[in-house]
Design a protein around this ligand. Structure first.
Ligand SMILES: *Cc1c(COP(=O)(O)O)cnc(C)c1O
Length: 367
């Protein structure tokens, strides 16, 4: 989708907040631990190329979710290791070689399929995924891990890492986390050949479970300055949200009592009211369930009234404001703040989703 540059709706991304969040985490984990910045899904909506370019000197590598995201970074000149966290089908091995992308291999079946198709694994960089209880991808036993690694090595693959992923590192109850950790530790201890990089830590693990760090961390949400647990666990140190979402009033009017607003006429003014219109809607990722939530204008909370349309929303104003008055949808105004986490609570979802849903129609501006 083309970015809409000529309307006053934009996401401002503070790149130095991202680098300072990375340094905050790095200052609290052992120095020898490698840092991978997770920039999948366009860096959680912040812009993968801009983020990776800005932080590449601070980190040891990047994680993305698929081969195209890796190719995008290489084409933008990123040279550090790039690990693809998802499974790439063997058919794309040649592309991984061309772009020096590290593949996640998650099963013996994958290796067998590659060999059946006579695909050349020589020199391909590989991390092996272990399913310790997440149930998504990865080998599920020590025997399979050993068979897979020896098969990959025999085929000329360069097995550089082995990793797992925790399902509940962001929850107060840690019994499942401990089960997964014990499974992974025991598996790693039993390997015939242990790759150099052993990793299990997402943001939540790096924040709340030092024992799950091993030799590298994969930092996603924490570098964008948000709490991976939402509101469940307290952050052990301060991080700074990197993204603000802003728009502006493009239409302001005084309506008499009894005026319907928006599709379905779900809102009717109960008195004489000032109503403002903003140029963003669900096509920008400001979903329909934001009706009833607030925006910030001039340090005040103003409710979204009426349905959220595809391209416009309407808000109730405390007074008249001139066209072009700035509106904050995520961020601070005066002493008021709206976090992506607050938006997520209103929607019954997680802050990750709020960021990722901001569509390409919203331009990203960097400072
Ligand atoms: C997305 C992802 C991460 C990063 O998760 P955060 O919670 O954002 O830190 C780490 N590892 C894997 C396997 C992932 O899919």
């Amino acid at each position: 989708m083309i970015s809409s540059l000529h309307r006053p709706t934009l996401a401002k991304v503070n790149l130095s907040a991202i680098s300072s969040n990375i340094k905050q985490v790095q200052g609290r984990i052992p120095q020898a631990v490698k840092t991978f910045a997770v920039v999948k899904a366009n860096a959680y909506g912040h812009g993968a190329v801009a983020v990776a370019s800005h932080v590449q000197r601070l980190v040891d590598g990047f994680c993305v979710s698929n081969i195209d995201e890796g190719v995008e970074l290489r084409q933008a000149g990123i040279r550090k290791p790039i690990l693809i966290l998802g499974v790439v089908l063997p058919d794309e091995i040649a592309l991984a070689r061309d772009y020096r992308l590290t593949l996640t291999v998650a099963s013996l079946e994958w290796l067998e399929a590659a060999q059946q198709k006579q695909l050349d694994l020589e020199g391909i960089l590989i991390h092996v995924a272990v399913d310790s209880g997440m149930g998504r991808i990865g080998v599920r036993s020590l025997a399979e891990a050993n068979d897979l690694i020896s098969g990959l090595l025999k085929a000329g693959g360069q097995v550089r890492g082995i990793f797992t992923h925790f399902a509940t590192a962001d929850e107060a109850d840690d019994h499942k986390f401990q089960e997964q950790l014990a499974f992974f530790k025991e598996l790693v201890a039993g390997l015939d050949y242990c790759p150099e990089i052993v990793h299990a830590s997402n943001s939540a693990t790096s924040l709340w479970h030092r024992e799950g760090i091993f030799t590298a961390v994969r930092l996603g949400l924490v570098i964008y300055g948000l709490n991976p647990s939402g509101c469940e666990l307290t952050l052990p140190y301060t991080i700074k949200p990197a993204l603000t979402l802003e728009s502006a009033l493009v239409h302001v009017k005084k309506v008499p009592v009894g005026t319907d607003i928006g599709y379905g006429a779900t809102y009717t003014s109960s008195e004489e009211e000032w109503i403002g219109t903003l140029p963003l809607g669900y096509a920008d990722g400001w979903t329909r369930d934001m009706q009833g939530f607030d925006v910030l204008i001039d340090g005040q909370r103003c409710p979204i009234v009426g349905r959220v349309s595809m391209d416009q929303i309407t808000v109730k104003l405390p007074q008249s404001y001139p066209l072009g008055t700035k509106v904050t949808l995520i961020g601070s105004s005066g002493d008021q703040t709206i976090l992506a986490t607050d938006v997520a609570q209103k929607r019954g979802t997680i802050n990750y989703e709020v960021l990722c849903l901001l569509s390409d129609r919203v331009p990203r501006e960097y400072d």
